[in-house]
Design a protein around this ligand. Structure first.
Ligand SMILES: [Zn+2]
Ligand SMILES: [Zn+2]
Length: 156
């Protein structure tokens, strides 16, 4: 075998760009730990979604998503319950704790979208753009100006 050959034959490990993404193997899961997943290779899409569906499904002002090919995503523990949020889309979540995990659509069969903040290290997947920004909750843009020093409230 040629020593100069790429260590990983699959092209998804090779393209340049964000070094943290190349050859990545990221893990994540839900709040209660019942569902765990693993992602390998490069994410080809990273975006904040401000649409009203993502907002409602998460209970948060927007959702950070990243997308990979179906073969790059594997649930390694437990099982995601699927909710059909439209005639073409299914949202995966933990049936025990409710954490939103995935989005798949019959319109984009080559994609699995995964919530960035279900990753063990969300810092590994910064967003590259915003989508449905026209629907953004108006106060989201003001958040940087809010006081942020308080640590008293315990969210556990
Ligand atoms: Zn859970
Ligand atoms: Zn959305």
């Amino acid at each position: 075998m040629d020593d100069k050959a790429p260590k990983f034959a699959d092209s998804m490990f090779r393209s340049a760009g964000d070094e943290r993404i190349i050859g990545m193997r990221l893990t994540g899961g839900c709040l209660c730990g019942a569902v765990r997943y693993c992602v390998t290779g490069e994410a080809y899409y990273r975006a904040l979604c401000h649409c009203s569906q993502c907002r409602r499904a998460s209970g948060a002002p927007f959702v950070a998503w990243f997308s990979v090919r179906p073969g790059q995503f594997e649930i390694v523990q437990g099982e995601a319950r699927l909710f059909a949020s439209s005639d073409h889309a299914k949202r995966g979540f933990c049936a025990a704790c409710g954490t939103p995990l995935t989005f798949v659509s019959s319109r984009w069969r080559e994609a699995v979208a995964i919530t960035v903040c279900s990753l063990d290290d969300p810092e590994a997947m910064p967003p590259l753009k915003q989508i449905h920004a026209a629907d953004r909750v108006s106060w989201v843009g003001d958040c940087d100006d809010l006081p942020g020093g308080e640590r008293a409230r315990d969210c556990r």
